[in-house]
Design a protein around this ligand. Structure first.
Ligand SMILES: Nc1nc2c(ncn2[C@@H]2O[C@H](COP(=O)(O)OP(=O)(O)OP(=O)(O)O)[C@@H](O)[C@H]2O)c(=O)[nH]1
Ligand SMILES: [Mg+2]
Length: 499
């Protein structure tokens, strides 16, 4: 999607939001007295819930009515209170989870004012935390002056609604937060399209929760002014919104598929040249981009922020014995990475699944490196990359204590240990990578004429030279190369007598 198109969508949304706000300001009838808000004991609980949502909107117009699907994309969280439900694991795990949520919130640009956890068997189906806790949370929100509450999980639309009703501030979940960070960090056309696709997928089932307020309000104005039917029979705002989003989703899918094709073509051309490929994967902030920079002088952005990298960067590197390979740096993973993102980024993540070797970077200085490894492997499984040979690289050894190193060494016997910051262990890592890359496997003995110096260079670059001699008519090479290069060299098979 072009920036102009993006702009147009945003403008349209803003116009709509402005219109809604103006209409509210002019509306002589305060929303709480609209017919839907009149108490009616004959309705079932489902309808009551619907009415609840309406009351929320009417009473809290400034905070809540303007949350439309597109404004959501521009969501800027500011002063936030975090809340988690701790269902399993130890208290330490629960705190770690909230600490990670805080890091995510800060990456998104918010200031974390407070964090609360509730121990429960499972989240409350209505309000995520129990209703008593929700009331307590409301006091915390009021006392701290927070404008947003972030829940540590993916909430059902109804839960978000109910909580907003009690807390009287915007409530978002972890998934929306991660999507927001991705939206802020996406720079390439493909990355932006992928993030937008993920956001649309997230929003679609939630339109009832968020979009309904606006749609009902529009209906209300119509009902009070122009009469029922002005908008067309049975065609509610929510239905048009849904249809619009679905259309956008399929357009985005097509666009992304087109961009993926271009990349597959590039990858195939690399494959034809049989250049082995290494993919760097790992938890977010583990130091993947730093490692790419160390291995290849790539100059990729390194930042103490989560999801700094969204677009894959491919660079060439060399083994110590001079063979070329490619290294790809890609988006980091996180515990419970929203499935909408995994889906949307599938084509990018295929780089990982197609690699000859997976360099799985782990932050050794993190309190729970093994937990990070597990979380990454969950995503690798989802993208069918579990079969790619994996080399665990423990990074940030400079920031680890000796005890931590000893303990982790036992748990990860085959790992390489590096510091992408100080350069420690990088040369040893190059050797390990060279040993783990697929080796060229065809033995050739060729006499390459002097005017084909390019071929000699290629054998040096991509193969293993066993012997090299210079004769009267050309260079005699005994080497081991990949089948594709062996085929090119066939024309120059050395005469049996040699030189
Ligand atoms: N102490 C220490 N810090 C490191 C090391 N390697 C990277 N860092 C820091 O860790 C942070 C994240 O580094 P990046 O290379 O951006 O990490 P990444 O895995 O690419 O992160 P994302 O792209 O956000 O997923 C930065 O602040 C780096 O300076 C290391 O070996 N030691
Ligand atoms: Mg990075």
């Amino acid at each position: 999607m072009t920036t102009a198109q993006n702009r147009a969508i945003l403008d349209e949304a803003e116009a709509r939001v402005d219109k809604a706000a103006r209409a509210r300001a002019q509306d002589p009838t305060p929303a709480p007295t609209t017919p839907w808000d009149a108490p009616d004991d004959s309705t079932g609980s489902y309808v009551k819930e619907e009415r609840g949502a309406l009351r929320r909107v009417a009473g809290l117009s400034t905070e809540l009515t303007d949350v439309t699907e597109v404004e959501y994309r521009q969501l800027r969280l500011e002063r936030v209170v975090l809340v988690g439900v701790w269902t399993e694991g130890t208290a330490v795990d629960a705190h770690r989870s909230l600490a990670e949520l805080a890091a995510l919130a800060e990456t998104a640009g918010s200031q974390v004012l407070d964090a609360l956890v509730q121990r429960r068997d499972k989240p409350d189906p209505a309000t995520y935390v129990g209703s008593g806790k929700a009331a307590e949370l409301r006091d915390v929100v009021a006392a701290t002056g927070a404008d947003t509450v972030i829940c540590d999980g993916e909430l059902a639309p109804g839960q978000l609604n109910q909580l907003e009703k009690i807390l009287k501030v915007k409530v978002v979940d972890r998934t929306a937060l991660i999507l927001d960070i991705f939206a802020q960090h996406a720079t390439s056309r493909e990355g932006k399209a992928q993030v937008e696709l993920a956001q649309m997928q997230y929003m679609l089932p939630r339109l009832r929760g968020w979009g309904e307020s606006l749609s009902r309000q529009a209906g209300g104005r119509v009902a009070g002014g122009g009469g029922i039917g002005t908008r067309g029979p049975g065609e509610t705002k929510i239905e048009t919104d849904r249809r619009r989003i679905r259309a956008r989703v399929s357009k985005l899918r097509k666009e992304i598929a087109g961009m993926a094709t271009a990349r597959t073509t590039q990858r195939n051309s690399r494959d034809r040249n049989a250049t082995p490929s290494v993919a760097i994967a790992g938890y977010t902030n583990a130091g993947k981009s730093s490692l790419l920079n160390q291995l290849t002088d790539a100059g990729v952005l390194v930042q103490d922020a989560l999801f700094a990298t969204l677009d894959p960067t491919v660079r060439r590197a060399q083994t110590p014995d001079g063979r070329e390979f490619t290294v790809t740096d890609t988006v980091g993973f996180v515990r419970h990475l929203p499935h909408q993102l995994v889906d949307a980024f599938r084509s990018t993540l295929e780089e990982v699944a197609a690699a000859d070797l997976l360099v799985h970077v782990v932050d050794g200085s993190d309190p729970d490196p093994l937990g990070q490894i597990d979380a990454v492997r969950v995503v690798l499984n989802e993208i069918d990359a579990a079969a790619v040979p994996e080399l665990i690289v423990v990074n940030k050894v400079d920031a680890m204590t000796e005890d931590d190193v000893l303990a982790l060494r036992q748990a990860l016997p085959g790992a390489a240990w590096v510091s992408a910051r100080t350069g420690e262990g990088i040369e040893a890592l190059r050797d390990v990578i060279a040993a783990r890359l697929p080796h060229p496997d065809v033995d050739v003995e060729v006499l390459v004429p002097y005017d084909r110096g390019d071929l000699v260079a290629r054998v040096h670059r991509d193969g293993e030279v066993i012997e090299e001699r210079h004769g009267a008519t050309g260079t005699l090479l005994t080497a081991r190369v990949a089948p594709a290069l062996a085929a090119v060299l066939e024309d120059y098979a050395a005469p049996v007598a040699g030189i």
